[in-house]
Ligand binder design. Sequence first.
Ligand code: ADP
Ligand code: MG
Length: 264
Amino acid sequence: MARVIAVTNQKGGVGKTTTCVNLAASLSATKRRVLLVDMDPQGNATMGSGVDKNGVELSGYDVLTKRAGADEVIVSVENSGFDLLPANGDLTAAEVELMNEIGREHRLRLCLNAIRENYDYILIDCPPSLNLLTVNALSAADSVLIPMQCEYYALEGLAALMNTIEQIQETVNPDLQVEGILRTMYDPRNSLTLDVSGQLSEYFGDKVYKAVIPRNVRLAEAPSYGLPALKYDRASKGAVAYLALAGEMVRRHSSQKTAGSVAV
Ligand code: ADP
Ligand code: MG
């Protein structure tokens, strides 16, 4: 049964989409069955996975408005190695159409439940704001993965995000957990980076991934070829860093499972 992870941060440009596409590719390189769900009307994860957002016949819009089931909308992306539930600007219309519907926060969760057992991991790329699409993602998720840049205002942003997560726990999803905090565009030569990084570990302990994602031009170039960095330049620092993240994540889950079975 898939673990559903929403990749979220209310801030834009912190590496949510880059993380989704590259983590999806890295997890599938370790033979996990992965679905990437694009919940951002910008459709960057769709394009970055190699699917033309303007060419898709069915998208997240059709799923959220019950015009189609997830199984009809999901496409298999051969080049990238994972499955994709694509998105484009139509998602904005879904938000408007759902505005007066009962149960509007849970549409995505219900759709994913139907296909959950086909995957080991389902990653959801969120838009950079707390709208109904993000709430649908957080309602559907077991946990949130938070990419962040170690810069001056990062901790303030993180406090706001923790607040949001608490509100979601109190309303639509009491079981929502923090999956992990990922330091992106990491530059160890910058002393501020090290300061912020230290504070993060103080507050969040081992929720902070040991794997860090360096600033790497290959990660920025790969989307224009519709490829994850792993398929664009396998030896690049960016590709290697996301493989390390996938390894760390998989190890965490298998040790949690073992610990769970010992407890029982
Ligand atoms: P978000 O989805 O949070 O808005 P993106 O993943 O789209 O953020 O990243 C914002 C921009 O930064 C994009 O142009 C992306 O290619 C670039 N980028 C993201 N991560 C890195 C990185 N580690 N190194 C270099 N460029 C990056
Ligand atoms: Mg994005």
